[in-house]
Design a protein around this ligand. Structure first.
Ligand code: GLA
Length: 385
């Protein structure tokens, strides 16, 4: 948990004014991977780790930001032309600021100090937490109330234009709209969601970080997205009404799959199957049917590994170790892949054994002790303090 007193003190020491505080969480996705940019469904939840921003408006158009995690202060001028993408942490903040401006929100300059306990590079969307918390802070101290779905779209556009990953809407959406005690079944076409209550009194959400940073992720991610688009283009010849893989049923896919060259055929099979699994999973959770949920998570992981090819040895190992523990309900990779974390549903009574067996098994094979967190379900972006 971030200590607001310490953040407030760091802010006052640096800028000499009294800040307001804003926060947005990281996320794990229970199921529905690489479906968001195919207009499909996803089922993420906000974790109990977040990025917190202290902010106070300025009378000019300068935005000064201190990151306590990095120990660095950087700034940009809202009236400047912007440097574009520099591959630094400020890109996320300058990105959302410039997208806000381009959408008609004329921002005031601001002094900001931020601090995050969402681990970076762990596949838990530390970047969406940064985008959404800083967008909320800059908009709020400028006097704007931005609808949270619009806020998510602003974060996504910033990621496209200033970071270069052509991500879907999932991470920013759940960072903006997450609800305590619930996963969100997000319809990534209509941008509506249904909260799915998750009773964590007996079943815990355990997150295992492989420690592998997903460095290939951006280029491979964009390549997968293009393969899906190509699949839609080819299938449209036989299924003229479709605009995304969301529109194709598994029965239709099976009839037409021979027309798709590999690897496009396998990519489409994953996405179409995963959308169906996500809907089935939300039903299973509503009925507290964890046996079905566990089976769907296992199928999702296999499909991401074999058909979508976004897993890696370390993620596969972590899932295998988790699945071997009595008391594990479900285990799969979560997020974009190529490293990062797995998400696991584990009976609380088995958590100690889970930590021991997964931790030692992973260390024995890789020489690296994994970070294993148990997370409660956090809430979406808001003003705090
Ligand atoms: C990343 C992207 C999301 C989503 C996932 C895969 O986290 O930011 O939009 O596509 O990968 O499900």
């Amino acid at each position: 948990m971030i200590d607001l007193n310490a953040l407030g003190k760091a802010f006052r020491d640096e800028y000499g004014t009294e800040p307001r505080f804003f926060a947005a969480p990281g996320r794990v996705n229970l199921i529905g991977e690489h479906t968001d940019y195919n207009d499909g469904f996803v089922l993420p939840l906000a974790i109990d780790r977040r990025t917190t921003v202290a902010a106070h408006p300025r009378n000019d158009r300068l935005v000064r930001v201190r990151s306590l995690n990095i120990g660095e202060t950087m700034s940009f001028d809202l009236d400047g032309t912007g440097e574009g993408r520099r591959d630094i942490w400020l890109d996320y903040i300058e990105g959302v600021a410039r997208v806000c401006e381009s959408r008609g929100f004329h921002l005031r300059g601001a002094d900001m100090t931020l601090c995050s306990d969402v681990p970076e590079g762990a596949g838990l969307s530390s970047s969406a937490a940064l985008e959404i918390s800083s967008a909320l802070a800059m908009a709020s101290v400028s006097g704007f109330v931005i609808d949270p779905v619009k806020m998510a779209l602003i974060g996504q556009q910033a990621e496209h234009q200033y970071v270069g990953t052509m991500c879907g809407i999932m991470d920013q959406y759940v960072a903006a709209l997450g609800e305590a005690g619930h996963a969100l079944l997000i319809d990534c076409r209509s941008l509506e969601y249904k909260p799915i209550p998750i009773d964590t009194s007996d079943i815990a959400i355990a997150i295992c970080d492989t420690g592998v940073k997903h460095s290939l992720a951006s280029s491979e991610y964009n390549a997968r997205r293009r393969e899906c688009e190509r699949g839609v283009q080819i299938l449209r010849e036989w299924l003229p009404g479709i605009t995304a893989l969301r529109d194709v049923t598994m029965e239709q896919f099976e009839i037409h799959q021979e027309k798709l060259p590999e690897p496009i055929r396998s990519r489409c099979r994953h996405v179409i199957g995963e959308i169906a699994r996500t809907l089935a999973a939300s039903e299973a959770l509503l009925h507290r049917d964890f046996t079905t949920m566990g089976r769907l998570m296992a199928e999702s992981h296999r499909s991401l590994r074999d058909d979508y090819e976004v897993s890696c040895e370390e993620l596969d190992l972590m899932v295998e170790l988790a699945a071997a523990v009595d008391g594990t309900v479900g285990a799969r990779m979560t997020g974009g892949g190529f490293g990062g974390s797995t998400v696991n549903l584990v009976h609380r009574g088995s958590l100690e054994m889970f930590r021991e067996m997964v931790g030692s098994g992973y260390a024995a094979k890789t020489g690296h002790a994994p970070a294993i967190y148990v997370s409660e379900i956090g809430e979406g972006a808001r003003e705090i303090g």
